[in-house]
Every structure is written in C-alpha cells, then in structure tokens.
Design a protein around this ligand. Structure first.
Ligand code: GDP
Length: 297
C-alpha cells in the first residue's frame, strides 16, 4: 500500500456514516469522528495532533449550514480537507531570503534520515534558481560524512567547504560563512552531525553552530517513516534550536504518512520540502493542499 492509502480507505467509512442523513449533526458526526480518529492514529499521527484535529473538525461541522445540493458526506469531506490543510500550515512555505547577505540554511536531524542527501538536493534546487551555493561539512564524527557531502557536491557541481575532522563544528560553520561572504555566495547550506538518538551533545553542538552563523533557516530533516515518535522528535529539536521548518524525506517509501501531519501541528513550523527519492533532483516543495487531497483519495 502506498502512503496514505490505508488512511484514505478508513476515511471512506466515515463518509458512509453520514451519507444517509440530510445534514451534519452533533449526533451523526460522532461515528465519522471515531473513524477519523482511528484512521489518523493508524497512519501514525501523534495523539495530541489527532485530538487537535478532531476538535477542529467537530467545531467546523457544527457551525455549518445545510447547503442545497451538497450532501453531508461531501460537506464533511470538505471540512476534513480544510482542517488537514490547516493542520499542515495552510500555505506552501518558502525558504527565507534575506535582504542582504547570503541565505544560510542550517540542516539538523538524526543520523540516517537523509540529511546529507537533502543538503545536496537543496544545493541543486537553489542552483537552479541561479544562486551561487556553498555546502559546509560540519559532521566531524564520521569520516564518511565529509566524503559523502563532497561526493554529492561534485554531483551537483557545488563546492564543499570543510576543515577535516579536527576542527570544531561551530568554527567550520563560521569560516564557511566567512568564505561565502567574501566570495559573494548567495546561499550556504550547513550539514551537521546527526546521532541515532537525541542527546544533549548533539543539541548543544547544534545550538553552537546556530549561534555562530545565525541561519536564515533552521530545517529539521525528518524521515517520513518516523511514525508516532515524529511529534516528540520535532518538539525536542524545536525547543533546542528554534526551527524555521522541516524537510520530510523518503516520501516515496511506503510509510503511513503520519509525520507529514504532525510536524506543523507540534511546532507551528511548516514542512518546506519533501524528498521523494535518492537522486539529487528528487526534492519537491510541500503543498499542504495536495497532501490533503492525497489523504482523502
Ligand atoms: P544522513 O545520515 O541523515 O545524512 O542520511 P543520508 O543522507 O546519508 O541518507 C541515508 C539513506 O537514505 C541514503 O541511502 C539515501 O540515499 C537515502 N535517502 C535519502 N533521502 C531519500 C528519499 O527521499 N527517498 C529515498 N528512497 N531514500 C532517501
């Protein structure tokens, strides 16, 4: 089953329940709301997010007038759609572009989520906007990490600034930014070290790098497969590093998609891009509207 298929199927049941009645009432939306709740939990949307969502749908339903020619199930689909879009932040969100100086994008996230890959993809995307892009490698813990970023840099034809494994991440970032300023780069993308789990060292280092370069965007890279833990993960990173948004990777996989719905609900920060494959061009802007339509089938 593809992403959102199960969710979409369970929601169909919710529409069936109200199809027979002429309008949405406090009584006849109870059944559908139970189905919606169950469907979202099964799709790995976190519980607080589900609660927030259901409450929003209920309020909207009960405030609705009967519209001639529109059946209650169609009305409910519309409400759920609108609420889903709202839950994901409404509009498609762009990266921040400063009035002067380079755009500085700090990439955070756990190990293995696709952070380094996302750096390469973003570099290519910005380059396509005719920007002069610099990648900066601050993951000094894994020798392979710097090499991997250099390989991706070569693939998209973007230079990679690094100082080997002995330098401190914040210093590397600072010197990378100095180079970018001096050589008039338009965008700097900073790859950081991830860990398998959240720990204080990783968060402390992220804060240090952030303080050193004052990024225009701090993006959390989240694997779409993350499931229920996405909420806690986003919350921790947001508290530690004041995120400006997220990139959701591996949307091409067969996850249940819950993370897509939890990110904004938890942090108030939008998903700005999604990763849809392993190649450098597999990056797309995140459109809440389209995701909602996919969820509703
Ligand atoms: P990092 O440890 O977070 O830097 O993760 P990497 O960038 O090294 O990626 C880990 C693995 O996930 C690699 O095999 C990538 O090719 C793969 N990957 C990254 N993004 C995507 C994506 O959007 N879709 C798929 N299918 N694989 C991805």
């Amino acid at each position: 089953a593809g992403m959102f298929d199960t969710l979409s199927q369970s929601l169909d049941k919710a529409w069936d329940i109200v199809r027979k009645d002429g309008k949405l009432t406090a009584d006849n939306i109870k059944g559908p709301m139970r189905e919606i709740r169950r469907a979202l939990l099964e799709a790995d949307v976190s519980l607080p997010t589900v609660r927030q969502f259901v409450k929003g749908v209920e309020e909207k339903c009960l405030g609705m007038r009967v519209v001639k020619g529109v059946s209650p199930d169609q009305q409910l689909v519309k409400v759920v759609h609108d609420q889903l879009v709202e839950l994901m932040g409404g509009q498609q969100a762009e990266l921040v572009t400063p009035d002067d100086g380079p755009q500085i994008i700090l990439m955070a996230g756990l190990q293995g989520v696709g952070k380094t890959t996302a750096c390469g993809k973003l570099a290519l995307a910005l380059q396509k906007q005719n920007k002069k892009v610099l990648l900066v490698a601050t993951d000094v813990y894994r020798p392979a990490a710097i090499e991997q970023l250099k390989l991706l840099g070569e693939r998209v034809n973007v230079p990679v600034f690094e100082l080997g494994q002995q330098a401190k991440p914040a210093d590397i970032a600072k010197q990378g930014l100095a180079k970018a300023n001096k050589e008039k780069f338009d965008a700097v993308i900073i790859d950081t070290a991830g860990r398998l789990q959240i720990d204080d060292t990783m968060m402390g280092e992220l804060r240090e790098v952030k303080a050193a370069v004052k990024p225009t965007d701090t993006l959390l890279v989240v694997d779409a497969m993350t499931g229920q833990e996405a909420a806690g993960l986003v919350k921790s990173f947001h508290e530690a590093a004041d995120l400006s948004g997220a990139i959701l990777t591996k949307m091409d996989g067969d996850s249940r998609g819950g993370a897509a719905l939890s990110v904004f609900a938890v942090s108030g920060r939008p998903i700005k891009y999604v990763g849809t494959g392993e190649t450098m061009d597999a990056l797309e802007p995140f459109y809440p509207d389209r995701i909602s339509q996919r969820v509703l089938g």
